[in-house]
Ligand binder design. Structure first.
Ligand code: DAH
Length: 339
């Protein structure tokens, strides 16, 4: 009899489960009204006197163990939060994560920022809704200046002083108003012009403006900086500066990069010349420096401005500028890039 009890003790100690039903079955088996323990207690009167003591102790031990087991198992099961109604089967394979693609404008903009940041330029930004002063007047384009017509402007109808900036040169003005030289900054952003939309031009596009102001800055510094830039961005170091006119720079130039004439596309892109125009630049006009609170007797500098969209079209062989703002996923997903 005692041996049977001892077997049950071993069995109770070894019992394990993570189901509530099994715990309940276990409880009924040992501690229920018609359970084994009650049977054993009923046996007690039949046990010979000299064994009663040991039998009594063993049966109590079994009872305590069984009761403790039930309690511990119940507690453990109650504390265990069941997530299955929320998450379903936690062992199922994960959902595949779709990798996104950056917009080609962002890719090229980031490349330009990265190249200039290596030679000490920081990044600055200004508002897209500008006033006349920052977009025109401070840049040596007073009212009625004919060069204002070079850039067809969207005005805010109720106030002719407020407009959508036509170029990021407005950020130059803001930057100089708030910072003294040495200045080395590039200003990327969106600009707006009242132009007919076609494969080649849009009423909004993107530019990066560059500004370098310090003591004794020369045109040679400008040329070196641009040459470094074209080498890094296009892998092409041959550039030429053609005299041009911008009201805010004197002298002014247009920058062409020698693209080459190796393929038919090169011929088409460069109209058979091998050269591609990529930006405008020049030495900042002393009037502009003075307008922005920088002493033009002490300081000089250069500025440049380029269109990001055009460069993105060139670098990625995109044939229509409108693709850049239509956001067709089939177009966008072709631009997977680390930048
Ligand atoms: N703002 C000019 C444009 O939109 C580009 C430009 C030309 C910017 C010469 C400059 C510059 O800073 O020096 O066409």
């Amino acid at each position: 009899m005692i041996d049977t009890l001892k077997k049950h003790i071993v069995e109770v100690e070894a019992f394990k489960t993570d189901s509530k039903e099994a715990v309940e079955a276990f409880r009924i088996k040992y501690l229920g009204k018609k359970g084994l323990l009650n049977d054993f207690f009923a046996e007690f009167k039949n046990v010979p006197n000299d064994q009663k003591k040991e039998f009594g102790q063993t049966i109590n031990e079994l009872k305590t163990l069984a009761a403790e087991k039930v309690n511990t198992l119940k507690e453990a099961l109650e504390n265990e939060t069941d997530f299955s109604p929320i998450y379903g089967d936690l062992t199922r394979p994960g959902e595949p994560i779709e990798l996104g693609a950056r917009h080609p404008i962002s890719i090229v903009k980031n490349q330009i920022i990265e190249i200039f940041s290596r030679i000490g330029f920081n990044v600055s930004e200004g508002p897209e809704i500008e006033d006349d002063w920052h977009n025109f007047t401070a840049l040596n384009l007073p009212e009625h200046h004919p060069a204002r017509d070079m850039q067809d402007t969207f005005f805010v109808q109720t106030d002719p002083d407020i407009l959508l900036r036509t170029h990021t040169s407005s950020v130059q003005v803001r930057y100089m108003e708030n910072n003294q030289p040495p200045i080395r900054t590039i200003s990327p952003g969106r600009v707006y012009r009242n132009e007919a939309i076609s494969a080649r031009s849009h009423c909004f596009f993107h530019q990066v403006e560059g500004l370098y102001i310090d003591k004794e800055v020369s045109f040679a510094d400008l040329k070196q900086t641009l040459q470094f830039f074209t080498t890094e961005l296009f892998g092409k170091s041959k550039i030429r500066l053609r005299p041009s006119y911008f009201p805010f720079t004197e002298p002014s130039a247009e920058v062409d990069v020698y693209w080459g004439l190796e393929t038919e596309t090169d011929y088409r892109m460069t109209k058979g010349t091998g050269w591609l125009e990529i930006m405008g630049c020049g030495m900042v006009d002393p009037n502009v420096l003075d307008n922005c609170g920088i002493d033009s007797e002490t300081y000089s500098g250069f500025a440049f401005g380029m269109g990001i969209d055009r460069i993105a079209l060139l670098l990625h062989q995109i044939s229509d500028i409108r693709l850049l703002s239509e956001n067709d996923v089939r177009f966008l997903e072709q631009f997977r890039s680390a930048l």
